[in-house]
Write a new protein. Sequence first.
Length: 374
Amino acid sequence: MTFPPIREELQGIEPYGAPQLDVPVQLNVNENPYGPSPATAADIAAAAGAAATTLNRYPDREFTALREGLAAYLNTSGGSGITPDMVWAANGSNEVMLQLLQAFGGPGRAALSFAPTYAMYPEYARDTHTEWLVGKREDDFGLDLDRARALVEERRPSVVLLPSPNNPTGTALPTEAVSTLCEAVGEGGIVVVDEAYTEFRRTGTPSALEMLPTHRNLVVTRTMSKAFALAGARLGYLAADPAICDAIRVVRLPYHLSSVTQATALAALRHAPELLGRVADLRVERDSCVAWLREQGLQVAESDANFALFGTFADRRAVWQGLLDRGVLIRETGPEGWLRVSIGTPDEMMAFKDALIDVMKTEPMRPQPTEGST
Ligand SMILES: *Cc1c(COP(=O)(O)O)cnc(C)c1O
């Protein structure tokens, strides 16, 4: 007998999360390195302060003003004709996706993604007693649509989770991949395109929001944690058919979005041009980081996100530790031999590059030779 009497399948499981270490250069959780200006921070504080005067009351359960603000933002960010009843929000898009699994997964149902994929998805499945199915991405981390469709037709998942751009690889999916999977899943399930990083996508890369009018079973999730530079506020959201939002209402906890969260997110939306203002710089920094890593003889996955996955190393742990010893924290994630670095300020990227050059001087930490790949 073990105490506490936790569910058997949870015994001995380590909670998910990157190491939180106090080092000078933190490039491990894909945050936006640029915080709000003092003026914006003061406006957010004033909004939170106003909310504080009514904290004896429960918040607006339907977060009406926030849904209007998010719908308006989405219509400037790849969407069109998105109305507030098509928007749902929660404490981070992780909570939004857990709610989707609570409403559309469950015993006797399955959720499917394609590896490498976001490490939290199997946890939502486990926590909602949903069977977890995982197909494979190709060597370039894209999807083979015929194989993906065949897997959906064989296993009939209720929920398909497609991060685009993908984490940890940075790979964005073409429009065709989303429509193929929406058609394969049909009305018996939903397809969730997780666009946590979409604001960083390269010119010409589409958003799945474009396909909402043609696919009733499509859900597009977004977050204010990455491009919007608001990870600390915890606000994620989705756009979908109003009937899907109604279904989530059944499983959400009462008053799940606090008045302070709603006021903070609304104030941040008013300052969207500033908060999103460094995205263009980060994209340039990303592209130059990818090019630089390739010049070092490394393989780098094509990235539409604010990070780069690179490798491969015989001992990636040693490389990660070597960087940490030099004050640079990145992430040990992705397929064996690969590492992920978030895009920071120019100074932070300089520190990363200097540390990596130094680490790679040692024999076992040199990149492994590749055959004819990038
Ligand atoms: C960071 C991230 C999210 C966003 O998480 P929040 O809960 O909104 O902070 C969602 N999906 C992926 C793939 C991510 O990497």
